[in-house]
Design a protein around this ligand. Structure first.
Ligand SMILES: Nc1ncnc2c1ncn2[C@@H]1O[C@H](COP(=O)(O)OP(=O)(O)OP(=O)(O)O)[C@@H](O)[C@H]1O
Ligand SMILES: [Mg+2]
Length: 629
């Protein structure tokens, strides 16, 4: 997966903002150059540091022709001279400045107003450009990453169960939260730096070369001596801060495990063990932090010392140049201003690479998740399921999660209005069988039909609309009881919700909760008992009022008495529907129209309770085991 095309998929929705961003960074760079350009007249004309006798003759801002170069000019032109000639914007700028002054009627006295005014204008433009570029980069970055998060969430939720088995929820959380945040930070801050500081750097370099070509070359050759240590320190700092974040993540992980599992920790007498583990982790964190401190506190003095040496050399050279009349004081100040302004882009650009590398890795991980094809999806030309009239048929269905088959050539017909119970030992494939009906997985061979139509030729939405399901693991959300039952349909009247709850024998205990139907039930319904959770899940499935009802061990956490009650109520409801019920307790399946016995992925017996008992075999054996007592 290439990173740029991937990013462009999101970026192209923001072309207007991108345009604005580019225009404003260019303006920013030019205005920065403008500030430097104004330094010379500021010092030379306004503050008159040059103290030339003819200072009033303002048109002559050219430094007096140096004495020596006369001989140099006679030498054949080298490539250096050519480059110098090409880069010479100075003359043009000065010409423009002079004609502006002529037109405005500026003389030696009122130039005191002109230059500061121009300075203000240029600085205002620069500030405005800085704001616009900063904001537009934020807008693009935040917008793109928000779109990306939404896409990721959609894709993850749409994905088949295969996907969710291959990717842990922790991994997905870190893709959606951490990786996208890394990209967000990189794009809003570092990308801005890259786009804003690169042209600024170039403009400043051109300005430097224009102010004094030789001096600029000397500085450029010497610069790496200073930039390199700064870069090194930057890298070191970044690495340690990264590592310290990782260590911090270890701490959080340990803390959350120890608090969530506090009962297990105590029951196993492992407080000391946990404490030692935690102390070791804080120790690692401390060491990383202290290393970072050394780097922080060494880097300043080292860079300062280098800068002092550099400044000394520069001043010696500059002093000589001023004395010999090669440089005026104002030009020198201008040069130094440009040099100092160069520091900021260099410092910022130095960090760009590392962070962008990290963001690129994050982008690739996110793109990887988005690129995983969904194995269960609508076929081209899939039709809407109109309803359910006759029967569901499993025709030679074979299925395995991996290489090994979990269901082998299952043949089964369920007629409309039937209650079919599925029993069998743990691991026989009961849950697997019913999970194929809403297409959580597709069969490897054979097919499943509803009213003769292969379910893969129906749209997923309409197929799933036909099915109400209570899964083996009760899934509840940190929401009110009412919203858990109504799940997403906030328009339903409370009466309808209560009716479903009553059918699931839940109404009574719900009314006993502190806020009744408006009680929040905590993460995964933590504040409810196992049986109460199951009854909410049943109520939710009943409220959907779908023609096909699937219950996978839906009453396993209830005591025998309430299970019997719930079952009785359910069977009444099931009469109007077609139901598939998985249960371990045979007492709950006795009244089913037909009972299916599954063993090792095959259906081994089918019949009513009485028929199967008469037949002998597995059902009778299971029955005798459960009812011997
Ligand atoms: N997601 C999965 N990935 C891989 N193998 C699985 C998966 N789910 C189930 N299996 C395997 O498939 C087989 C059938 O599992 P299934 O959940 O259908 O059994 P079951 O009859 O519902 O058992 P139980 O009564 O314990 O719920 C088991 O051997 C199980 O290990
Ligand atoms: Mg199961």
């Amino acid at each position: 997966m290439r990173t740029l095309p991937f990013l462009w998929r999101y970026g192209r929705r923001y072309t207007g903002w991108i345009l604005l961003a580019l225009v404003s960074v260019a303006t920013y760079a030019l205005a920065t150059g403008g500030v430097v350009a104004l330094v010379e007249p500021l010092f030379g004309e306004v503050l008159m540091t040059d103290e030339r006798p003819g200072a009033a003759a303002l048109v002559d801002v050219e430094p007096p022709p140096p004495a020596a170069p006369a001989s140099a000019a006679r030498q054949p032109a080298t490539w250096l001279d050519e480059l110098k000639e090409k880069l010479n914007l100075r003359a043009a700028l000065q010409g423009g400045y002079a004609s502006l002054k002529r037109r405005l009627g500026i003389n030696a006295d009122n130039v005191v107003y002109l230059v500061p005014l121009l300075m203000v204008v240029v600085l205002l433009v620069r500030s405005l450009a800085s704001f616009l570029s900063g904001y537009s980069f934020q807008h693009i970055g935040l917008g793109m990453t928000t779109d990306m998060r939404n896409d990721l969430f959609r894709r993850i939720v749409d994905q088949s169960s295969h996907f969710h088995e291959a990717h842990t929820s922790g991994e997905l959380v870190s893709r959606v939260v951490t990786d996208v945040t890394v990209m967000q930070n990189a794009s809003t801050s570092r990308l801005l730096d890259l786009f804003q500081q690169t042209p600024t750097l170039l403009v400043l370099l051109v300005v430097l070369l224009n102010i004094n070509f030789e001096l600029a070359l000397v500085c450029l050759v010497v610069a790496p001596v200073f930039v390199y240590p700064i870069a090194r320190f930057g890298k070191g700092m970044w690495r340690t801060s990264h590592r310290s974040q990782e260590r911090m993540a270890d701490l959080t992980q340990l803390l959350s495990e120890a608090t969530r599992g506090h009962r297990v920790v105590k029951a196993f007498g492992m407080e000391d063990f946990e404490h030692t583990r935690f102390a070791a982790a804080t120790g690692r964190h401390l060491r990383v932090k202290l290393r970072a401190q050394i780097l922080t506190h060494v880097s300043g003095p080292v860079v300062e010392a280098l800068a002092a040496i550099g400044a000394a050399v520069f001043l010696v050279y500059a002093g000589k140049a001023v004395r010999s009349g090669q440089l005026t004081a104002s030009v020198l100040v201008q040069f130094m201003t440009a040099l100092m302004m160069l520091y900021e882009p260099v410092r910022k650009l130095n960090k760009v690479n590392l962070i962008l590398q990290e963001a690129r890795a994050a982008a690739q991980r996110v793109a990887g998740i988005l690129a995983v094809p969904n194995r269960v999806r609508d076929r081209a030309g899939a039709t809407e399921a109109g309803g359910f009239r006759e029967s569901i048929r499993f025709e030679g269905v074979t299925f395995g999660y991996g290489a090994e088959a979990v269901l082998r050539e299952v043949e089964l017909e369920i007629r409309r209005g039937e209650v079919v119970a599925v029993v069998g030992p743990s691991g026989a494939g009961k849950s697997t069988l019913i999970n194929l009906l809403p297409r959580f997985y597709d069969p490897d061979a054979g097919r499943i039909t509803i009213d003769g139509v292969d379910i893969r030729d129906l749209t997923l939405e309409s197929l799933r609309g036909l099915i109400g399901i209570v899964t083996q693991e009760t899934v509840l959300f940190d929401e009110t009881v009412r919203n858990n039952i109504a799940y997403g349909r906030s328009d339903l009247p409370l009466a309808a919700v209560r009716e479903a709850a009553a059918a699931a024998y839940a109404d009574e205990f719900i009314l006993d909760l502190p806020a009744g139907y408006d009680t929040r039930i905590g993460e995964s319904g933590m504040r409810l008992s196992g049986g109460q959770r199951q009854r909410l899940a049943i109520a939710r499935a009943l409220l959907k009022n779908a023609p096909i009802l699937i219950l996978d061990e839906a009453t396993s956490h209830l005591d025998s008495e309430s299970e019997a009650l719930v079952q009785k109520a359910l069977y009444n409801l099931m009469r109007a529907r077609t139901s598939l019920v998985i249960a371990h307790r045979l007492s709950t399946v006795k009244s089913a129209d037909r009972i299916i016995v599954m063993e090792a992925g095959r259906i081994t017996q089918i019949g009513t309770h009485a028929e199967l008992l008469a037949e002998g075999g597995t059902y009778k054996r299971l029955h005798d085991l459960q009812f011997r007592a």
